[in-house]
Design a protein around this ligand. Sequence first.
Ligand code: HEM
Length: 472
Amino acid sequence: RPDGFPPGPRGVPLLGYIPFVKRHDPVYPFKAMMKLSEMYGPVVGFYMGPRQAFISVCGYEAVKEALHNDDIIGRPHLPAQQERTYGKNLGIMFTEGQFWQEQRRFTLRHLRDLGFGKTSIEDMMIDEVVELLDEITAVAAADPDRVVDYKGIFNISVINVLWAIVGGERYRRDDRNLKKLLQTLETIFRSGNALRSAVPMPAFVFRMFPFLREYFGTRNDLFTALIGYFESVIKEHEETFKENEPRDFIDVYLQEIRNRSDPTFHVEQLVSIILDIFAAGAESVTNSIGFVLLYLLHHPDVQRKMQEELDVVCGDSLPKFEHRLRLPYTEAVLMEVQRIGNIAPFTVPHLATKETRIKGFTVPKGSIVSINIHSVHNEVAYWKDPHVFRPERHLDARGKVIRTDHFLPFGAGKRLCIGESLAKNTFYLFVTALVKTLRFSAVPGQPLPTLNPRNGFTLGYEGFLAVTHRRC
Ligand code: HEM
């Protein structure tokens, strides 16, 4: 341990402290890390194996400092991650340096031009919402007790919004190929573990002992199907490509490959960017919507208040972007679910590209830095009663929404989520339409469904049943 290294526990040779993390919380690594920070302070350091320093950062002050430190915006060079993308560091999420900066800037600029975070795609999003509402209504009508199973019901609609921009296509709700791919994605996300997957285990070890993939949460073998699918979509785009007439992000990127002699823009990188966007976008928004309905089942008073506000402000119309500023209570519910549901409890692991400091402690060059968003959303000093679901905490005395950097579901700083604006818009339009149009209640005689999240790289909601009535 170098001078000034953060305090922390000691582990065993080879694996360091990772096998013991479970002692602090058998299920959720983000809670285990918070327990360690109660013992050692906001910045905890230990080793994973003989050489790999691991720094866990908890609490608003330390998290904010880490997220805004430009010497900690690298990503660990994990052989298992490279295995996902042609054996190289490609895409956006797991790349760094100038390559990452240029690819991220290009992707963000063009996704925005194509509609990310723009109200111009509102009609397309509302079409998706209407189809979803129709499906839920039909399922409810087909059951004598109007019970609907909410497992896996939102993901095709959410992917359609994303895919309209990236791949220019809309999937049918019964598309079997897509359903299979989404199922694969779900398996990847749930089988993972944000901490163990950061252990720098050489790729050949996974090839020799495939069962270790499960333990270390790196089911990268499952990415093959997704990669194959994206390659075939890109091939179709190449065959129908028209110079200077881009239909979607794939065309924009293909055009850039043709225009440049620069070898950093190539088809494998395009596939990898799509993989990052698809993986990050599908699960996260779908689970956020699911958690809202779960919390509303547990808090019928909140559901009623939201419906009253939506009825007064939107009248007979489905909620639209123009209504948003006049829906502070609804906004507060969305924020409270994101705070307490916390679908991304950690950021993606960061890497220190130079020796640096957090809260005065030395962070050696090459350290993996694990930044705990859950700890910020649950800090008693700021939120007072973080375990209580209370949307009003996001409203001031005049009923206006409080904006605070203690609320950071998308991270902050240079690695801020690139899908933030699209995710917020999709989340808002879907949830408001669902709650305005339908009424959800618990199934009589059955216990309320669990609010405990399903573990994984992100947190997922447990599938649940709800009695569903159409309100309008
Ligand atoms: C509710 C939905 C979402 C949440 C809560 C969320 C949260 C996050 C968080 C916490 C990070 C890590 C930031 C860091 O490492 O410091 C991240 C990164 C990222 N997100 Fe999201 N995200 C959401 C939706 C999306 C969507 C819809 C997309 C699709 C474009 C997306 C694409 C990405 C990408 C590509 C990164 C990596 C950025 C980079 O490394 O430069 N996310 N997200």
